[in-house]
Design a protein around this ligand. Sequence first.
Ligand SMILES: [Zn+2]
Length: 393
Amino acid sequence: MHRGIRLGRIFGINIRVDWSWLIIFLLITWNLSAAFNEYQPDWSWGAQWGLAILASGLFFASLLAHEMAHSLMARARGVPVRSITLFLFGGVSNIERDPDSPQSEFLITIVGPLTSFAIGIVLLLAGSVIAEPLRDTVSDPEAAFESLGPLTMLLLWLGSINMLLGAFNLIPGFPLDGGRLLRSTIWAATGNLRQATRWASWTGQGIAFLFIFLGISMAFGAKIPFFGTGLVGGLWLAFIGWFLNSAAVQSYQQIVVQDILEDVPVARMMRSNPPTVAAAISVSEMVHDHVMKRDDYAFPVMEGRQLVGLATLDDVRAVPREQWSDTLVRQIMTPFNELVTTTTDEDATDAWQKLVRRDVRQLPVVHGQELAGLLRRRDIVRWLQFHSELGSN
Ligand SMILES: [Zn+2]
């Protein structure tokens, strides 16, 4: 799912940056330094670029504060959060599951935009307090803008960008914050989460198409209230529309997947007799007698009839070849107590969520510590293909 570069940990939450964010970082820095170059020609080259990089870095911190607010509120409402990933248009908090109640979802969501607005208001106030004395001495607004010092410029820019960030996220298209607020409201009214998600992603697609339509009209010279006109602005709006649409379609597909998998027990799509290996054999035995004879990726590790762990091809590859005969499978496996598992009667939707959210390829299906089968991603994908083909014919 979301990988990217790991930056560190705050409050026990992993912070990552997607590669796409670097593009935005460079774009913003380049844009800002060009703007400084135009409006503050007397600043040195170093000051223009230095301030541009500082401003982009602080913009990044603002995004992080927004996501942190979601994550900390989620945790306060009993929903675990594993990581935050910053990407092209903002951030994603990898919240482990949907909140239990519309109230929780509303609270977890609203704190993000509120944080952005709070930061925005504080920075704009600070900026205008510093800029205030200028207003009396200079009557021409353009000249006043040019006489702003670096600190004031930074405060005003960062303040407006945070206001914009709060407003953009309130667009009522799922999975943006606005769409989540809409979903929690419909959820509270109807008591049906699935239906609420469906409506919220339809709204998202509607708004996305509106943006694309307006953006293209702008590019062809139409003058749109608030958005203005022009090729560049139009293409940007259309691009945001395209992004919103793919996000909405993706969340809609998740609903379709859930509809197909719902009420189907894991037992119906798992593999009942997966190949296993004994904990006491060596890695070289495992490779020659098991790995080379099958196309499986993961092997449940057994001690008698008990499942004690799972060994994968990656675990094998991590051991240097010359140590294969001296290393036991037991030493390279993921032990039982660290495995994510499922049971035969668990709902396939829940098992699917575990696979996606824990980013694993398979779940051992267990009865206590006895192995009942193995559920792989591709087993579920095959089930989905088969049943959606049946549905469309
Ligand atoms: Zn948000």
